[in-house]
Design a protein around this ligand. Structure first.
Ligand code: PHE
Length: 452
């Protein structure tokens, strides 16, 4: 198949796929969500299970998504339509890309609000508001932001405007340059900051908490949280990687590329943990504090750091860009589809989708203040969206997509898609997906629903 077939273009070099996919994977999930989920699930035991989940569930499903995208080189919806026209799979499977797109869309409605918090913190960092901040001051600052819907609306709107403008361009062009600078800069700043945080904070407690574990800490809830976190963090189960796979050069080995993405994603998450927890322990912040953990600890870290105003500004700018490179991948599926199917210009398609996300986002940001009433199952609107996507939609799409690839797409077709020299990689992936990832995801998800 000629490389030029994809309407959205091809990543200009095989490595750009790795950067773009890592840009999608590395985001608020690593820096905001991972530390607090780790905190809520007991530390080391969670990290251990999480690593296993990345290897046995996340990586195989990621490879499946990318491979499926690359086979047809079209947007995910048309990829499945094309396969059904060629009588390879039944047309009912088109439900999978649809559900995937809806999941990405719904995640973006709250992701954008939280990315907005990061922009709010960038503004505070630039104004020097973190200087010598106390713990009580940091808590009050975060609470103040949550209690101020107009400020949240402003940042949510700014972030969505950035998403629409970026995704409105071809992702294969602008994005690559952005991520090539962002990722190394983010890793370097996390390395430096976590080293600093460990010297001023409680390093021994942090290492004990993050890397120490015992068998009785591995509960079912920990496993459930780890699977959900692995899917979210690798951006699988919502079509983002499916779409990016379509732009991937045939010269690149999918397993190798995806292996690198998983490694980068894990590295950033661990560095975020090493940055946040030393302070959490030395200030006796509650490790189970939840979504506020990162936003309360970071100002304290920067507040005491010489040159903190500068470092904080750089760090939050990087965080916003990391969130942006993740957010655009959530809209890519529908934007590419609208563009290819109805010839709507990418910018227009992005605007249509962006406005819809923006509207729902308003309800999300109000659920932190004026509208914090529990609407269903004792959850407010934000919590409901979070649980609906991470506990139901993400795993369901990941399971269906994996079944489609492992059991319905002919093995030879997949084998041709992978680079044949690495036959052992193929065997490992195919066997793990079929016999470990799919059954594990099914058991864990269903058991989670019935509350085992
Ligand atoms: N993986 C991203 C993160 O960790 C979140 C994301 C979810 C991105 C779904 C794309 C699609 O922040």
């Amino acid at each position: 198949m000629p490389e030029s077939r994809c309407l959205q273009g091809i990543w200009s070099s095989p490595w750009i796929f790795i950067f773009a996919a890592s840009g999608s994977a590395v985001g608020l999930g690593n820096i905001w969500k991972f530390p607090y989920v780790l905190g809520q699930n007991g530390g080391g035991a969670f990290l251990l299970v999480y690593c296993l989940c990345l290897l046995l569930v996340g990586l195989p499903v990621l490879v499946a998504e990318v491979a499926l995208g690359r086979t047809v080189r079209s947007n995910p919806v048309d990829t499945v339509n094309d396969l059904s026209e060629r009588r390879i799979v039944h047309k009912a499977w088109v439900i999978v890309p649809w559900l995937a797109g809806i999941t990405g869309f719904l995640i973006l409605t709250f992701y954008s609000v939280i990315a907005g918090w990061s922009i709010g913190y960038l503004e505070r960092a630039i104004s020097g508001d973190f200087q010598q901040i106390t713990q009580a001051g940091a808590i009050a600052m975060f609470k103040g932001l949550l209690a101020n819907p107009s400020e949240m609306l402003l940042w949510h709107s700014v972030f969505m405007a950035l998403v629409v403008l970026t995704v409105g361009q071809s992702v294969t062009r602008g994005l690559s340059a952005l991520v090539r600078i962002l990722l190394p800069a983010l890793v370097i700043s996390l390395l430096g900051l976590s080293a600093y945080s460990m010297t001023v904070g409680d390093m021994s407690k942090t290492l004990e908490f993050m890397f120490g574990w015992s068998w009785q800490d591995i509960t079912f809830d920990v496993v459930l949280a780890a699977v959900g976190m692995a899917l979210f963090s690798l951006s699988v189960g919502m079509g983002a990687m499916f779409a990016y796979g379509a732009y991937m050069s045939k010269r690149m080995s999918i397993t190798r590329a995806c292996g690198i993405v998983v490694g980068v994603d894990l590295l950033v998450a661990i560095l975020a943990g090493l940055l946040i927890f030393p302070l959490v322990f030395s200030f006796q912040i509650d490790v189970e504090a939840g979504p506020s953990l990162t936003f309360v600890s970071l100002p304290i870290i920067f507040g005491g750091l010489p040159g903190g105003q500068f470092f904080a500004s750089v760090f939050f700018a990087l965080l916003v860009i990391a969130a942006l490179t993740s957010a655009i991948s959530m809209l890519e599926l529908f934007v590419a589809w609208l563009h290819e199917k109805f010839y709507i210009a990418r910018l227009k398609a992005a605007l249509l989708m962006g406005i819809a996300v923006w509207f729902i986002g308003i309800a999300v940001l109000l659920s932190f203040n004026h509208w914090d009433s529990k609407i269903l199952f004792g959850l407010n609107f934000f919590e409901l969206l979070d649980e609906l996507t991470s506990l139901i939609l993400l795993p369901v799409v990941a399971i269906l997509l994996s079944i489609l690839v492992a059991w319905f797409i002919p093995r030879t077709m997949l084998q041709n898609e992978m680079i044949t020299k690495q036959i052992s990689h193929f065997e490992w992936w195919y066997g793990t997906l079929k016999y470990i990832s799919i059954p594990a995801m099914m058991v864990i998800t269903v058991a989670g629903w019935i509350g085992v």
